[in-house]
Design a protein around this ligand. Structure first.
Ligand code: ATP
Length: 478
């Protein structure tokens, strides 16, 4: 089993992530978060919100509806141009993104020492992305480079075709073109259309940002790799409105801050890197992705984009409403430029699952342990009575109840202590507290550390403060 398969299996077995509608055989590329997964997800959202909205007094939150006026998607360009170039392998009947296949081919050439060929293909690839007939040019590269189907090894391709990714539905009882609406494919447009209302009601001045966490929907054609590419997923986006001409300095500021945030969540810096876009959208003047070294290779988890005034200008044009801002310092009106940070919540979760997963061999036994940063761990502490008598269960339950006033704590009295530790290791619980005979005499408990498995005794009344301190100062052991 490769790492991803192990994570998929652990996720179902332990309640991180389940296939959606599992009893009916699941629904493609759609997943549900189980009891542990939902805690992990909430912790990540909470950390993002705290970092973006609470730590910046010039960033406001927003929660826009998933359904929006259909003209929004004409203005944003999604109706005309939200396509992916797809190609089918006739042998395996699998469908791939053509640009993805070529990027992987280039990476393979680079890592196998064929630097010159890699550079030549890259030059051709960039030209293809900018050409008027992008599908045809991508197809030619795949044929000329003899890129084979990743699953079949065959060289038997269809043409490259464009597919629109938006989910359509209808508002009200009548199903016709007039009632057609879309499930939003990104949260960003909810921010753009509310730009004036949010700015005026919160009395913000440029530069300022609007942040939002919410669901987005894309009818992904190739939807594999667990929660990496889903049809219903969640984004954490922030649009930062700046004075035209100052966008690059804000772009660099946000690049640094966003990379640091992932590191602060416990991701090893060497497993993160920047990837610059080969092709900038016609309105963008800079675009970088944060990539993580997933089991299936380096892949995007977040994009940082400098989008100029494209979106606000288009909404001004399509709605007829002014999107200008009067800058009291410069005493002039302008449509602000936008730097956006756009992170996938589910991809962040997958990254944290991959980053945390470890197998260790302890005294002839295998231990699977999820070494989450304690601040994102679903359960922070588990409390066990050593045995189910002598008042130990009552004391342990009272301690768990006390800890729940501070963070998510769990009580468990079934099975041997060793088994209880292993269950908590798989759940990624950083601390296990045992109430034993000595607790009943002196009031001290043992605290067992998930990562080092070492134990120490502390007074039970100090447990909450002690654990909070340990969580704050946690760092990943090698
Ligand atoms: P990709 O090239 O992988 O399809 P994208 O460039 O289209 O991603 P953006 O439109 O920039 O992605 O969206 C911002 C973020 O939303 C991405 O970095 C990713 O983390 C997340 N995201 C996008 N599509 C999906 C999806 N289908 N499933 C899960 N997360 C997604």
């Amino acid at each position: 089993m490769d790492l991803l398969e192990k994570i998929v299996s652990l996720s179902k077995r332990r309640g991180f992530v389940f296939p959606s509608s599992d009893i009916y055989g699941g629904l493609g590329a759609t997943y549900d978060y189980g009891p542990l997964g939902v805690e992990l997800k909430r912790n990540v959202k909470e950390r993002w919100w705290r970092e973006m909205v609470y730590r910046h007094d010039n960033i406001e939150g927003l929660d826009a509806a998933i359904l929006m006026h259909p003209t929004v998607w004409k203005a944003s360009g999604h109706v005309d141009a939200f396509h992916d170039p797809m190609i089918d392998d006739k042998a395996s009947k699998r469908r791939y993104r053509a640009d993805d296949l070529i990027e992987r081919h280039i990476e393979k050439l680079e890592t196998s020492g064929k630097g010159k060929q890699a550079r030549d293909v890259r030059t051709r690839f960039v030209a293809a992305l900018h050409s008027d007939d992008m599908p045809k040019e991508l197809h030619r590269i795949i044929l000329d480079e003899e890129i084979r189907g990743p699953d079949s090894g065959a060289f038997d391709w269809t043409e490259v075709r464009q597919f629109n990714l938006m989910f359509e539905t209808h508002a009200g009882a009548v199903v016709d073109d007039e009632t057609k609406i879309y499930l939003r494919p990104e949260t960003a447009q909810g921010i753009f259309v509310n730009f004036r209302l949010a700015q005026e009601t919160a009395r913000q001045q440029v530069p300022f940002g609007i942040a939002q966490i919410g669901k987005a929907f894309r009818n992904e054609i190739v939807a594999r790799r667990f929660i990496f590419r889903m049809r219903e997923f969640e984004q954490m986006e922030m649009q930062y409105f700046v004075c035209p001409g100052t966008q690059m300095e804000h772009f660099e500021e946000w690049r640094a801050k966003r990379m640091q945030w992932h590191i602060d969540n416990g991701v090893r810096p060497e497993r993160l890197r920047w990837h610059e876009h080969e092709k900038l959208a016609h309105y963008a003047d800079a675009a970088f992705d944060v990539q993580y070294d997933f089991p299936m290779g380096w892949q995007e988890i977040e994009g940082i984009h400098s989008r100029t005034d494209f979106d606000l200008k288009r909404h001004q044009e399509f709605s007829g409403k002014k999107m200008e801002y009067f800058d009291p310092h410069r005493k002039e009106k302008y449509i602000p430029y936008v730097v956006e940070t756009s992170a996938g919540l589910d991809r962040t979760i997958l990254m944290l699952l991959c980053e945390a997963y470890e197998e260790e061999h302890i005294e002839g036994e295998e231990r699977v342990v999820m070494k989450f940063h304690p601040e994102v761990a679903p359960v922070k502490a588990a409390v066990f009575p050593l045995v189910k008598r002598d008042g130990m269960p009552e004391t342990a339950q009272a301690l768990a109840a006390d800890l729940r006033g501070h963070f998510n704590a769990f009580y468990d009295d079934s099975g041997s202590i060793g088994k209880r530790y292993r269950r908590m290791d798989e759940a990624g619980t950083p601390f296990c507290i045992t109430v034993d005979g000595e607790t009943m005499e002196t009031g001290s408990v043992t605290i067992r550390d998930r990562d080092s498995m070492s134990q120490e005794r502390i007074p039970k009344d100090n447990a909450a403060d002690y654990l909070k301190d340990r969580m704050r100062t946690w760092s990943r052991s090698a």
